[in-house]
Ligand binder design. Structure first.
Ligand code: HEC
Length: 146
């Protein structure tokens, strides 16, 4: 009898410990959630600006081809070189790489930079916005890109 009641007490103590344990775990969970939130990338103006490109372009490494070609690692990439994308004759025959300068020019006035391009986008006149946009595009590059 004495042993049995000791056992019951032990079990009860374990149960209480377990009950005490969980509230201790919860605050640390909340803590790590907060940490994750603070590590989330801050909203960058370029990201918002890219929304007008995102209708036609994906930017992720394995993003799909949309109306336009995937733009992952586009800075430094040869123009018209995405495998399996059917470029216009103009861009398909282009013989240059997309530097920041060239992108800046293209985004200002696509039709003027690559006459005959089928990219139906009129351009962004504001140079500061173009800079923010190119900064953002470049920030999504994979480190091993170059
Ligand atoms: C209405 C759809 C559309 C929108 C909006 C659009 N594009 Fe395009 N883009 C295209 C198409 C289509 C092509 C292929 C053009 C060609 O073959 O002549 C292209 C090509 C490009 C290329 C050349 C890629 C390569 O592989 O050589 C770049 C760079 C580019 N777009 C950037 C942008 C950026 C930046 C924006 C936003 C400011 C944007 N585009 C908005 C449709 C679009």
């Amino acid at each position: 009898m004495a042993i049995a009641s000791k056992l019951v007490n032990t079990i009860a103590a374990c149960a209480m410990l377990a009950a005490c344990g969980s509230p201790q775990e919860n605050p640390s969970d909340t803590g790590s959630n907060k940490e994750t939130a603070s590590k989330m990338p801050k909203a960058v103006p370029g990201k918002t600006l890219f929304m007008q490109c995102a209708a036609c372009h994906s930017l992720d490494a394995d993003g799909p081809k949309k109306t336009g070609p995937n733009l992952h690692n586009v800075v430094g990439r040869k123009a018209g070189s995405v495998e399996g994308y059917r470029y216009s004759k103009a861009l398909g025959a282009a013989d240059f790489a997309w530097t920041r300068e060239k992108l800046d020019e293209f985004i200002t006035k696509p039709f003027a930079t690559v006459p005959g391009t089928i990219m139906a986008f009129s351009g962004i006149a504001d140079s500061e916005k173009r800079k923010q946009l190119i900064d953002y595009i470049e920030s999504t590059d994979s480190p091993a890109a170059d």
